[in-house]
Design a protein. Structure first.
Length: 128
């Protein structure tokens, strides 16, 4: 099976040896994605809802490069730094996935790579 590496073009992908997403056959695996824009700036400082919404747009772009879209997502793993604020994240998730309803996991972590990042999301998709 062919393996397609999908890059967002950041310096970190090559430097740290990962891809934004990997497509194998009809499956797409999107790496942990945070609210960092193309200029390296964090979007939605201290706002889990804004970070989550931005992350889903960023994931959508990676899926599009793989020939998929948000409706192909079958699994979501969300990592947040404060479980007390989970509703901010799930509100944004619900707006995107209300009718898609993939399997989802929400996990609290002690920190992400930058203290200003509050949310990191990875997804798996299957192209039908």
């Amino acid at each position: 099976m062919a393996r397609q590496l999908i890059s967002s073009g950041t310096v970190w992908e090559k430097k740290y040896g990962y891809s934004r997403a990997v497509k194998v056959g009809n499956m797409v695996f999107v790496a942990g994605t945070t609210a960092v824009d193309d200029n390296g700036e964090i979007v939605g400082i201290d706002d889990m809802y804004k970070q989550t919404a931005f992350i889903y747009r960023k994931i959508g772009k990676a899926l599009q490069q793989a020939g998929a879209n948000m409706t192909n997502i079958v699994r979501i793993r969300t990592f947040i730094t404060d479980m007390g604020r989970y509703e901010e994240v799930l509100k944004s998730q619900g707006e995107v996935f209300e009718n898609i309803r993939p399997a989802a996991t929400l996990i609290e972590v002690s920190a992400l790579i930058d203290e200003r990042l509050l949310v990191e999301i990875e997804v798996d998709a299957v192209i039908e």
